[in-house]
Design a binder for this molecule. Sequence first.
Ligand code: GAP
Length: 446
Amino acid sequence: MKETSLDKIVSLCKRRGFIFQSSEIYGGFGAVYDYGPLGTALKDAISQRWMKSMTQLHENIVGLDSGILMHPKIWEASGHVGAFNDPLVDCKHCKARYRADELVEENPEDAVWKNIQCPSCGNAGELTDPRQFNLMFKTHVGPVEDDAAAAYLRPETAQGIYVNYLLVQGAMRLKIPFGIAQIGKAFRNEIVARNFIFRTREFEQMEMQYFVKPGNDEDSLNSWKEERLNFYSDMLGIDSSKLRYHGHGEGELAHYAKEAWDIEYEFPFGWSEIEGIHNRTDFDLKQHQEYSGKNMQIFDQEANEKYFPYIIETSAGLNRMLLAVLSDAYWEDSENNRVVLKLHPSLAPVKAVVCPLVKKDGLPDIARKIVDELKPHFKVLYDQQGSIGKRYYRQDEMGTPFGITVDHQTAEDNTVTVRERDTQKQDRIGLDGLTEALQAKISTYS
Ligand code: GAP
């Protein structure tokens, strides 16, 4: 199979309105991206599938949308003030800054890491000792910029679930085991941001926290591990041979985790994490009880006892998931000299384009009528600009699965041609059943 370079995906994303560099007219803003019309629609489609897989397909999982700003003590309790650090080194020669752990990973042959060449200026032996750098963005609430008013932009959505879990459980009358799912922005002052939207300073997480009785945690982790891997192939249509698990060894575990697995995708730049599945034990709830002074134990009616539930977390990055979907869909059809995004129809931002073959003979009017009929059901575009081939190729790059052409025969027998994006096969379909025929093709996964 042909390798897809990340640069080609980046350029398609800009050309077709999926993703733009933030603040481009000012020269860009480090590691932040803006989502254009198609990027927004694709991101929404992915997050809706995730929410559906959690809160619709599981009766005991409910949604939540907590604030980005929260009480600053939450981040002391969670360990993020004390332990959410990256070790940083600077090159004394050219002042470039790196994460020490990543430099060592990239240069495993250099036992004495300070001898590593600076990747930027090439000098060896110029790196400083590592110092710890906290990844949270700090801000101030209210008019006074002192430490008493300090607050943080959340670096993970999880804590918003922990501090609300008893309220949610009470309101929804949930019994252990149950889950709370949330989608929202998270912020990290990443030092080495790279690979397009893979690692950015502002991103979206889709996290689900599953509260279980201690002792059932290991079984629960195993079943979530399996379910989450299947989600990528079953609900996003990603090639399963490009997905794998990576288990965390002792040195890799986050400060809250007893056991952790990553789901990795084979991106154009190599295998990398899209999602983490963590056994967070009762660490967070105990910490919040200690720091808030409030009871964080649950009363389990069935067992007639109070305890701190264990938490199995599934934590996915929406932007990374989107990049995996784009990487998987990108296809250079060299036989036909075209680039195609082979998105599953249910994810495609535009489902169909309607094209009059020519701009005359009443064909545009018929095409407009078809658009009016289809648009209450799904997103369609009208396009009469350029040759029909060019119009189709434009839509192929956008991932639009169906091209509907109104030609002279349409005026005679009320049929149109429907072209399928990947095969370029064309069928003639009667206008009477067009909406239903397209809906059937689109909704295979829903
Ligand atoms: N609550 C647990 C947690 O936040 P994590 O492994 O640090 O765990 C979970 O992050 C997921 O969030 C990652 O698998 C990744 O998809 C996404 N993520 C983390 N940092 C990111 C960044 N800087 N840019 C984009 N996505 C990121």
